[in-house]
Design a protein around this ligand. Structure first.
Ligand SMILES: [Zn+2]
Length: 219
């Protein structure tokens, strides 16, 4: 493992025309250490970003030992194998989406199931089956605004890729054009499947990447 303690640069910049948020990790040391510090530092950076109005301020922190020290305390002793809040979250792969932070928690609070879009797919249901087998009893579906999966012309790309490569795509593409419609579909599907033993605490939410707020639409 790499030691990120000497190598983290956190950078956050904002312009009036286009918001640009970046958390940049630069490796400056190769001594052994815990990759958990990288995760914790990322979470800390996101917490910093959540403190103020993203239109009005910017942060650039480079090589802050204090920052690293604080980040390490968040993962001291390792993380639990079973989520503290006994819940599972289905979320998008988008790097702006950090479900545990958004829900006011810390790493280890939830089982997090991710895919492009944060969609309720067959494989998401499979992961939820495993999660509930091990004792979780609530599900949060977390979609988000400005989702790249929604803008992605999946069906057209599927046809193009199949034509160009000769490969046949056998898995579901899940094209969707409306967040709320897709969220409702996913929540309804979870509530209706008997494959899940806990279906009474399923929540459908949308995270707004501009306001940094989570809105619950179905619960
Ligand atoms: Zn997304």
């Amino acid at each position: 493992m790499l030691d990120y303690s000497q190598l983290i640069t956190l950078e956050y910049t904002t312009t009036r025309r286009a918001r640009h948020r970046r958390v940049v990790h630069q490796r400056r040391s190769t001594s052994p250490g815990s990759a958990a510090s990288l995760l914790a530092a990322s979470l800390l950076a996101a917490s910093l970003l959540a403190l103020g109005n993203p239109h009005e301020w910017s942060i650039i922190v480079t090589g802050s030992e204090e920052l690293i020290r604080q980040a390490r305390t968040k993962t001291e002793g390792g993380l639990p194998g079973f989520p503290r809040r006994r819940g599972a979250v289905i979320a998008c792969i988008d790097s702006r989406i950090q479900p545990e932070l958004i829900l006011g928690g810390t790493p280890g609070d939830y089982h997090v199931i991710r895919n492009a879009g944060g969609l309720v797919t067959d494989d998401a249901v499979r992961s939820l089956m495993v999660s509930q087998f091990h004792g979780t009893n609530q599900v949060i579906v977390m979609m988000h605004t400005d989702c790249g999966a929604m803008a992605y012309p999946a069906t057209r790309e599927k046809q193009r890729l199949e034509a160009e490569t000769g490969e046949r795509i056998t898995f579901a593409i899940h094209d969707f054009t409306d967040l709320e419609t897709e969220l409702r579909r996913g929540v309804d599907l979870l509530r209706s499947t008997r494959l899940l033993s806990h279906r009474d605490r399923i929540k459908g939410t949308i995270y707004d990447v501009d306001t940094l707020r989570l809105r619950t639409l179905f619960e």
